[in-house]
Design a protein around this ligand. Structure first.
Ligand code: SF4
Length: 319
């Protein structure tokens, strides 16, 4: 089974957190799958908790506010709150439409229970969003944009595609700012994970995405990366100096991820069996997953992993 070569940070994170969820989310749209099951699982794989919807709508609001700032339109706190509310409500109602389809096929109740979707406190989510956006706007870097200190900057839509070594990249920076002779590429990470040893190389993928595009420089050392990540109730900022060597290592990481992803899909075999596809590493991943009802690790991850190992051994012994 051929994996269309696509890389993004979120795909990589899901692949590492739970290969089974990743296969269902990104590998199931294949012609030889049982279409009804594949569509049902695929749609379940993108159903999110209200917390995750808050993070997505918060990011969308940040983009909209930055885009208006580029047009010299500034938002009042009241208007910001209105946009946050609008965007969150829109995300929730879009998801409810998908859930009503699951009501018809009988899978909604389990999804609601797993993701605690009946237990919603909109005001709490909005308060969280307001805190994130207000404190982000007090950040020195954003303040320099607000005060028109930097003359040349732009905001990017995440859907824009880049390419490296035949791999489609979805990893554009959120903002690019020209400061003196350098382009600063900024990523705003709504839920910064613990520092991982690969964070620098993952962030360097933004340089691969942008270099040579629309007159952006080719040379890696013409870029600086800044990751502004929400961690433990604060925005933390990390600065990474780009270099040719780091860019090569980052491209190597992308290539090796793609090879691992292709290997994973080949484990499905001719029968599209999930017996050899590993489950999540941590049960905390399962708590955010709408596929639990149909998954051997859904109720108890440890016993699901043992069950899966037995099936894998049986498959391998058949040869
Ligand atoms: S329930 Fe857990 S193991 Fe199963 S697909 Fe979801 S995250 Fe992976």
């Amino acid at each position: 089974m051929e994996y269309h070569k696509v890389w993004s940070k979120s795909r990589r994170e899901l692949f590492l957190a739970c290969p089974r969820w990743w296969v269902i989310r990104y590998g199931l749209n294949q012609a030889n799958w049982d279409q009804s099951k594949s569509q049902q699982w695929h749609s379940m794989s993108d159903i999110r908790s209200h917390w995750d919807l808050m993070l997505r709508s918060c990011k969308q609001t940040i983009f909209e506010r930055l885009e208006d700032l580029q047009m010299n339109v500034e938002w009042s706190p009241l208007f910001t709150e209105r946009k946050i509310r609008e965007n969150l409500n829109e995300k929730i109602s879009q998801q409810q439409k998908i859930l009503s389809m699951h009501e018809v096929i009988g899978t909604k109740k389990a999804i609601d229970e797993n993701l605690k979707l009946n237990d919603i406190d909109i005001e709490y989510l909005i308060k969280n969003s307001i805190k994130r956006i207000t404190t982000l706007w007090n950040n020195d870097f954003i303040q320099a944009l607000v005060s028109r200190f930097h003359k040349q900057w732009m905001v990017f839509e995440r859907i824009e595609r880049g390419s490296v070594n035949g791999v489609d990249l979805y990893c554009c920076p959120d903002i690019a700012v020209k400061i003196q002779n350098h382009w600063h590429l900024i990523r705003i990470d709504m839920q910064g994970k613990k520092n991982s040893s690969f964070e620098e190389l993952e962030a360097m993928a933004m340089v691969s995405w942008i270099r040579g595009k629309n007159n952006f420089p080719i040379l890696a050392n013409k870029y600086t990366i800044r990751v502004i990540a929400w961690r433990n109730g604060f925005w933390n900022q990390q600065r990474i100096e780009s270099s040719k060597q780091k860019l090569t290592q980052s491209n190597y990481l992308i290539d090796s991820d793609i090879i691992q992803m292709q290997k994973m899909l080949s484990k499905l075999g001719k029968n599209n069996s999930f017996n050899q596809i590993p489950l999540a590493r941590k049960s905390s991943t399962c708590r955010k997953c709408a596929l639990r009802e149909s998954c051997p690790g859904g109720t108890n991850l440890s016993s699901g992993i043992m069950q899966q190992s037995a099936l894998e051994l049986a498959d391998l012994s058949k040869g």
